[in-house]
Design a protein around this ligand. Structure first.
Ligand code: TYC
Length: 101
């Protein structure tokens, strides 16, 4: 074994490309009724009542709450759709997106 030659590995392992993910964030405001926020979370983000209530109360208490992460297109479409639902009722309810680190 004294003459064993160790050959350095020259082939690069191909890395799997993963799409960048975006957070959808719910912002608190003083006007949108709590029940309406819960309804929007259930409709647009497919949450059950318990989860939607918990998310709504987190935004209410802390000012904002990360809802979920999606690819950019899905995150932006859902944030826009949810914001529009509030707007259609005259509420300032607002959803925004932010890239994940
Ligand atoms: N703060 C609102 C109220 O007291 C309820 C609310 C919660 C609004 C979360 C927006 O993201 C929100 N009626």
């Amino acid at each position: 074994m004294a003459n064993t030659v160790v050959k350095p590995r020259t082939k690069l392992k191909p890395k799997t490309q993963r799409p960048k993910l975006y957070k959808v964030i719910l912002l608190n405001d003083d006007f949108t009724p709590r029940e309406f926020v819960v309804q929007v979370l259930k409709t647009v983000f497919r949450m059950n009542t318990e989860h939607a209530y918990h998310v709504m109360m987190t935004a209410h208490r802390r000012g904002a709450c990360v809802i979920a992460v999606y690819t950019r297109d899905v995150a932006e479409t859902k944030a826009k759709e949810a914001t529009e639902l509030g707007k259609s009722k005259g509420y300032p309810l607002f959803f925004t997106t932010e890239p994940e680190e």
